[in-house]
Design a binder for this molecule. Structure first.
Ligand code: AMP
Ligand code: MN
Ligand code: MN
Ligand code: MN
Length: 276
């Protein structure tokens, strides 16, 4: 059987629409043989996903996607093969979980000033105990016809610098990499091309990540073009980072991104799973 890895996806523990069990079942149906569930700033879906993975004969790699701030910019760092019972990691991310709740209240206040009432109550209900993200606000705005698409919700309200944007200082990049490492995991830069960094900022960021003990970078993500894979691969080689692959799947209603639907990882680079 050919191996198929998907090392980045979301469940109802954060902003995914499927439960951890449903994510694993769908991955299995898509031919995925090894999966990491990487919810935003939480490991609450891990136990359920691990159990479902055993039942579906699929290899499970415990994971998380942590929100970090470096030089006033937000970066997502995926932690793979972490010990989800690691107490330092658990207590460290609890601060981020509080930050998410506080930020959601502030976003709702800003929306209220734009004549969009009752958003906080709605997103709390939608998240149903999971992490509240801007994706929940986007869905709320869409469902109530304030916008005609998720993208428009970000363009008009939620995106960087838009009217309901709340600047947030997430966890320090260096600390996040350290938490992941001491929980036995490897730290991976999520979707490296989505930050829209200039070449010199990218170099500075990769240097800081490497110095902090980061070991991987996503070379293939759900919608990578051949050109994007080539650019990400070049960063991996230049900074001697191992290559990861992950769809960043959130929901079956997004027809462009599917579990396990990923371009092949280039062969001339060490795959991240050799470090597990
Ligand atoms: P947060 O971590 O709360 O800032 O929310 C970020 C999440 O919102 C991401 O993980 C995506 O799921 C979603 N997201 C961010 N930007 C966009 C966008 N332009 N269109 C649709 N969803 C987005
Ligand atoms: Mn998300
Ligand atoms: Mn992300
Ligand atoms: Mn993600």
């Amino acid at each position: 059987m050919t191996e198929k890895y998907d090392l980045h996806c979301h469940s109802t523990a954060s902003d995914g629409s499927l439960s951890p069990t449903e994510v694993i079942e769908r991955a299995q149906q898509q031919g995925v043989t090894s999966i990491a569930l990487t919810d935003h700033d939480t490991i609450n879906g891990q136990a359920e996903a691990a159990k479902a993975a055993t039942a579906n004969d699929i290899k499970f790699i415990p994971g998380i996607e942590i929100s970090t701030t470096w030089e006033n910019k937000c970066f997502h760092i995926v932690g793979l093969n972490i010990d989800p019972k690691n107490q330092t990691l658990i207590s460290s991310i609890s601060h981020l979980q509080q930050l998410r709740t506080e930020r959601a209240k502030k976003i709702a206040l800003k929306l209220e000033k734009r004549r969009v009432p009752d958003a906080y109550k709605a997103v709390v209900k939608m998240a149903n105990g999971g992490m509240i993200t801007r994706a929940h606000f986007a869905n709320f705005l869409l469902e109530n016809n304030y916008v005609t698409s998720q993208q428009q919700a970000f363009d008009r309200y939620l995106g960087n610098g838009k009217t309901a944007f709340v600047a947030t200082v997430w966890a320090d990049l260096t600390n996040v990499v350290a938490w992941i490492n001491q929980a036995g995991g490897v730290a991976v830069i999520a979707h490296p091309l989505r930050y829209k960094l200039t070449a010199s900022w990218m170099r500075r960021f990769l240097t800081a990540f490497k110095e902090a003990g980061g070991q991987g970078i996503e070379v293939v993500t759900g919608r990578s073009s051949a050109e994007e894979i080539r650019r990400s691969l070049a960063y991996a080689k230049q900074y001697q980072l191992s290559a990861s692959t992950g769809s960043d799947f959130h929901t079956p209603t997004n027809q462009w991104v599917e579990l396990g639907r990923l371009a092949a990882l280039p062969e001339n680079i060490q795959p991240i799973w050799e470090l597990f």
